[in-house]
Unconditional design. Structure first.
Length: 211
């Protein structure tokens, strides 16, 4: 399976019909946050594949032309605080969980203290444990906006990673953790990292993941 990972900045060609040829083998799109909903909806429409997402610290609810308020791209599936199974024809089921948002730095939505994120992670962990016991299914991909503490993160509060993510990695051992939030221009080390059996991937703009 080929997965398109997107986060933080739009790729110009993905907002044109060229996205079909650039992503012709893509079967799943995952957004790590901070992308305009219309951009994600365009990709979803053109590729006609499932789109999973978590919110970033800059994402806000928006009003549609019909006067409805929505918190994410229409047609997409939020995995924020959830566990979602993606079943594609002829493919094994892929289990994806997510935790959006960044470290608290100013009081707007999708910002959390470490303690708050630990609580969110604990609720997610209960779902993962239940599924592991009842369905004997392990976690394939953990999607976050912010990075784990000490990996790809920065020293300023906004870009500090979460220790709660490290605990999830060590306990549930997802094959991949994919995150956004960290821009290459910040000068951080964003090379792929391995924690136990979990590959931690930083996404800026777009990248592809083959599983």
């Amino acid at each position: 399976m080929k997965i398109l990972l997107v986060s933080d900045v739009e790729h110009e060609a993905f907002y044109t019909p060229q996205v079909r040829s650039l992503c012709e083998d893509v079967e799943l799109v995952i957004s790590c946050g901070d992308l305009p909903a219309p951009y994600l909806e365009y990709i979803l429409t053109m590729l006609d594949v499932p789109l999973l997402y978590v919110p970033g610290n800059h994402d806000r609810p928006r009003e549609t032309g019909e006067g409805r308020w929505i918190s994410g791209p229409e047609g997409g599936i939020s995995v924020d605080g959830r566990v979602v199974d993606v079943k594609l024809p002829g493919r094994a089921t892929v289990r994806v969980a997510g935790l959006g948002g960044s470290m608290f730095y100013g009081g707007t939505s999708n910002q959390y203290t470490e303690r708050q994120m630990r609580r969110r992670a604990a609720r997610l962990a209960r779902r993962l444990m239940r599924d592991r016991v009842l369905r004997r299914r392990s976690l394939d991909i953990l999607v976050t906006h912010a990075p784990p503490l000490g990996i790809h993160d920065g020293k300023d509060r906004c870009h500090t990673g979460f220790g709660a993510f490290l605990r999830l990695i060590r306990r549930y051992r997802p094959r991949w953790l994919v995150h956004g939030h960290v821009h290459p221009s910040y000068g951080y080390d964003t090379e792929d990292r391995l924690i136990g059996g979990t590959a931690v991937l930083s996404v800026y703009g777009r990248r592809f993941l083959e599983i």
